[in-house]
Design a protein around this ligand. Sequence first.
Ligand code: HEM
Length: 492
Amino acid sequence: MDPYKQRPSSAYNTPFWTTNSGAPVWNNNSALTIGSRGPILLEDYHLVEKLANFDRERIPERVVHARGASAKGFFQVTHDITHLTCADFLQAPGVQTPVIVRFSTVIHERGSPETLRDPRGFAVKFYTKEGNFDLVGNNFPVFFVRDGMKFPDMVHALKPNPKSHIQENWRILDFFSHHPESLHMFTFLFDDLGIPQDYRHMDGSGVNTYTLINKEGKTHYVKFHWRPTCGVKSLLDEEAIRVGGSNHSHATQDLYDSIAAGNYPEWKLFIQTIDPDHEDKYDFDPLDVTKTWPEDILPLQPVGRMVLNKNIDNFFAENEQLAFCPAIIVPGIYYSDDKLLQTRIFSYADTQRHRLGPNYLQLPANAPKCAHHNNHHEGFMNFMHRDEEVNYFPSRIDPAHHAERYPQPPALYTGKRERCVIVKENNFKQPGERYRSWTSDRQERFIRRWVDALSDPRVTHEIRNIWISYWSQADKSLGQNLASLLNMKVDI
Ligand code: HEM
């Protein structure tokens, strides 16, 4: 018998109960007692083990995006983009790569309703032949802040009040009143799109700017976008109350039931690219995560399709233990200097080591599906079977060597060490354009949500004034409407 083939799995179940160490349990109902009424003996190892396991069932929930649903499927290339990238999984139209996707809400706990006004996470793990690629995105194409230094404070403001444990608008509006770059994101969050109908009917976006690099070493900045083939649908505020009131897991259920019924959700993947040699020609900085790249000048280019055709077998193994990290990339795709992305490169692997332990990448959902090798070994819960005698590098005995070199963007940096804001902030233009592109009823709903938020009695006069001033700078009539509904004056 090869003990290492007998991995813990329901495939190796005995038809009778056993302890974790495999000894038969003849009674899984009654504790071992002295006499028929007790007391219970500490030597009832099975009872103690059963309780100890139960006591430790929960792991720390994600600090954000705690509530989520996942599914599996494949990504298939439909268009040749080899002129842009040497990524193996993007090489030939027709090629398929297995994926696992996790959709999520952001702010509230693991068991919170799925009908809250909140961005939605859209994280895709591609199991490519050259290692995993994690595209950890959201349903909106922009983000609240452009410098990762602000992220923990931002999350604290959006999360429930530490005293009352209630999410409160006055705290959110206080924090963001210091950060007008958030306006664009708020034109998504307070728009009808702020509550997606479910996970199947929403867009996805990589949000951050990445870099594609081809065989010759030519780079392009890139944004990734997912578009659902069944269209984008949202819940209006009253619908959300009704749907959430009757089922607080409606989006998880919709995803699971659709896949079980063979109605497989599908998204098309598009990219937008900018040649870094031309990055100065726009009125925004391509590395600014609060900006969209206008599609009329930077058109969407089709790349492939993703189909989710398999439900997960086990929620804990393939949702709770699933771990994404924007630092996980493959040859042909690289980061950019987008400051938010740079911060994310550190934060995710760090949180996974805390949440799941140092060997989280050995968990089946996270492990690469291609052969892999290095000398990172041991540590808590390391269950990789190894029988090598050489665990150092280099060695004249172990033939393992460096992988073949692959193209990477050249790094040519000069500059002072400093902490700055970007030059082209341009915080108001795109939010204003977006607002003006809506029908009047959509604009009215947006205004009503802002009036509600700003009417929180703990929003101070000063903060209300700042928001009216910000929205006036985005669109004069929007500011005036807000001011008159709140009995205020526009004071820019
Ligand atoms: C500096 C900014 C950011 C930091 C420090 C940050 C940090 C984190 C952390 C610590 C988690 C929890 C991960 C886990 O426990 O599994 C997380 C989850 C997540 N973040 Fe961020 N985040 C940032 C910005 C963003 C942005 C811009 C996006 C959208 C592109 C995003 C999308 C997600 C998603 C989708 C998840 C959930 C992944 C999953 O389903 O497991 N985050 N983030």
